[in-house]
Design a protein. Sequence first.
Length: 420
Amino acid sequence: MAVTVILFFVLIVSFIWLLINLFNVLHVRTKILSKHEMRKEVQKQAKRLRLKDPIISCDYCGCRIDTKKEEKCPGCGASYNLDEEWLKRHEVSEEDVDKNSDKVNKSLETKNSTETKEAKRKLLISGCVTAVIFALFCISGKIAYRYPETRKSEELNNGKSYHQYAEADYSVKDDGIVYEDDDVTIKITGIYHADHTYDDELYGHVGDVKVGFLISNRTDEDLQIVCTCNSISGITREWSYIFFNNIFKKNSDTVIYEEVYSAPEQRISELVFSEIIIRYDDPSKDVDTNDPVVVSTTAENKEILDKEDFILLYSNEKVDIYKHYSEKKAEETCDLIIYNKTDASMSMECDGVTADNKEVKNPYIFYGKYVPPHYAFVANYYHAFNKEYGDTKGKDVQSSFTFKFREDPQMSFSTGYFDM
């Protein structure tokens, strides 16, 4: 991971270097051989002429003056700054420019060609360096994803948490199996509550919870296992309650603990795992399942959200869409709550947001979020419609959402634009 981050910053620097060299090539190639540039070149030639033949005659006494060595006439002491011969040598007339244009042009073209070759050489070097670094970055990123950190057995209270955890007064029903085949078992072994809870404006009461897992790898190779749980106790969040992506050693049983922050009512009546991925050395054996797995507990399953302060935005026989305002850290926040009223799981996305019928930036960036039957999807937005998302103050803000039902596609629908 650290190598990937370092390569990312090196890649940015090399890309900037590449752009600078590209600009230099374009600048050299498009340089115009103007009369101004010719004049400068003729002046250079005149200066070389003066240095080659520095002797002039004094206008006053006729004495020879070596302008390279002497600032005044050695005979009479007169200054030669206004000497006709001196001024003529400094003068660059249009006749001189025209007369020397071919010669100067040829000289500048030669110089331009040399500069172009050098600029191209630097561009080629910077391009090759950038390409190599980009390739290394891609390889490093792929390795970091394919081979993440190896997970080892953990202790429930290992000193890294702010709170101490103790076993909950309820347990997992049945065997707690999340996934099992001939090679791998993912099993919930227990649920543990932190020794501290706190109030929440939306959920009323929350607390941190740890979920214990037993990961059994019965193969002769190390396996990468990815596990995602976005839905707990009737609530689906836009970010995962539980997510781990780790390597588990061959022929091993590993006990790990995943922390669930701010669990409503500090209890878990059920967990819905939306994705299980298992990577083998042989990709043909990989497991990638999106079939939801529900693990229930003996905790009471009751309604968590109080709709009393909710504002209804949209409703039909399949979904209810609410918003809820609260004060958090002296800043107004808005919760978007979408209820799945059906017996089927659904996914959703926002089609767009408008202000007075003009499209603005969409703050609802969730895409394809899985929501189990009769679950409520909750997303929190801090100043969702501030200047970052366009000019919305005092305007009619509308949004449109599309809901898809994988089990019965005919149930899928779009709300069309409705008032937010």
